[in-house]
Design a protein around this ligand. Structure first.
Ligand SMILES: Nc1ncnc2c1ncn2[C@@H]1O[C@H](COP(=O)(O)OP(=O)(O)O)[C@@H](O)[C@H]1O
Ligand SMILES: [Mg+2]
Length: 372
């Protein structure tokens, strides 16, 4: 059989990390193919290579049976490959149509932009694929779900036959997730091939035909979704039996350990992401923070551990005010932080484990004396 996409023996290293280690991927025409793996498994890297954003150290890629050299995203676009990135790449003060045609604007014989023709084409595409958007709306005035539809339309406007979605549901509400699943089915019905990067098993069972699993940069296997279960997929993903039912004894809650009082934290651009938030966390207690990606969870953690300044409010650790103290002071006061991308923010990957472990204590005995 001739595959729409065939990647063989793909290896890609970053300093200190083998992100893809001899990975294979075979995607049949017109299938929805899920790419499953934990955070850091190498999914985005593999698809960035297919999209020409990274070049592999070794390995080959065939598109529709022909070997290709995808040296940059322009080549990928010409080959009919489109990508909907995890973080959208839209110009916020441009309209929907302006964003979709950016870089390939239709012009009349005098070289003037023919925005009317573009809006017409956008309206046709959104009709055909059930992607509801207002072609004249400004990006900053539409919902995140609609912005994602603009990203999909951008790939269709460039005649993509294969569309890669990188963790598309992380930023969506449950209702928007259902709509996206519908859109993916529609794309397939209209003849498109879809690669869906995700670590959410329910989504795979809902829309995918087959699923390829990566673990720590390595290819684990490809399965038919019809014969897979959440259990079997989870086991492939993490490499051991996974318990879905948790036996949890009731918590023995002690006194307040961390007290967050009327906290406000702005992100790097100055947008207030945490607004007047108060939570008390007690000893012996695990507190979950639920929310769609991008709603202030990261800024909350950064504010607590000192990576972002606190704009307003107070943070007390064991009753002591740490609101504006240094990161080192907070660590010494007993606060730890495991970031979401440990490779990028938590660890120095070309240091040994022991070197990493002393990173926060290197200035103290026994690692150091008063002469350094
Ligand atoms: N540009 C980069 N520079 C350095 N390391 C990277 C880069 N991109 C990814 N990595 C590392 O490669 C590994 C795989 O990352 P990624 O492909 O983003 O995983 P996934 O998408 O499955 O979460 C991780 O350890 C990540 O930290
Ligand atoms: Mg990723």
């Amino acid at each position: 059989m001739e595959y729409a996409i065939e990647m063989k023996g793909i290896t890609k290293t970053f300093p200190g990390v083998v992100a893809n280690d001899n990975v294979d991927l075979q995607v049949a025409p017109q299938e929805v193919h899920a790419l499953l793996g934990e955070n850091g498994a190498g999914k985005s890297t593999l698809m960035s290579i297919l999209f020409g954003a990274y070049n592999a150290d070794s390995g080959t890629i065939k598109i529709d049976g022909k070997e290709v050299n995808i040296k940059d995203p322009n080549v990928a676009t010409e080959l009919g490959i489109g990508m909907v990135h995890q973080h959208f790449r839209l110009v916020h003060n441009y309209t929907v149509t302006e964003n979709i045609v950016l870089g390939m604007e239709p012009r009349n014989k005098f070289g003037l932009l023919n925005i009317g023709a573009a809006e017409k084409r956008v309206a046709e595409l959104s009709q055909q694929y059930g992607l509801q958007v207002d072609p004249k709306a400004l990006i900053e005035n539409i919902t995140v779900g609609a912005q994602q539809r603009v990203e999909i339309l951008k790939t269709l406007y460039r005649n993509a036959n294969m569309i890669i979605f990188d963790e598309p549901t992380a930023v969506l509400t449950p209702q928007e997730i259902d709509e996206l699943m519908e859109i993916i089915r529609r794309l397939k019905d209209e003849g498109k091939t879809v690669v869906l990067i995700t670590h959410k098993l329910k989504e795979i069972l809902a829309v995918a035909d087959r699923c390829t699993v990566l673990r720590r940069g390595k290819y684990i296997g490809t399965v038919d979704v019809d014969s897979a279960t959440e259990q079997s997929l989870a086991e492939m993903m993490v490499g051991r039996a996974v318990q879905f039912e948790i036996e949890k004894p009731p918590a023995k809650i002690g006194e307040t350990a961390l007290s967050i009082q009327n906290l406000s934290v702005a992100d790097h651009l100055g947008h207030m992401k945490v607004k007047n938030l108060s939570i008390d966390v007690h000893k012996g207690e695990i507190v979950g923070i639920a929310g769609v990606d991008g709603n202030g969870q990261s800024e909350l953690l950064y504010g607590l551990c000192g990576l972002l300044p606190v704009a307003e409010g107070q943070v007390l650790l064991d009753g002591k005010d740490i609101t504006h103290t240094s990161i080192r002071h907070r660590v010494e006061a007993g606060l730890g932080h495991i970031p979401d991308d440990r490779q990028r923010h938590g660890l120095v990957s070309n240091f040994t484990i022991s070197e990493n472990c002393v990173l926060k204590d290197y200035y103290k005995a026994p690692y150091s004396n008063r002469y350094g």
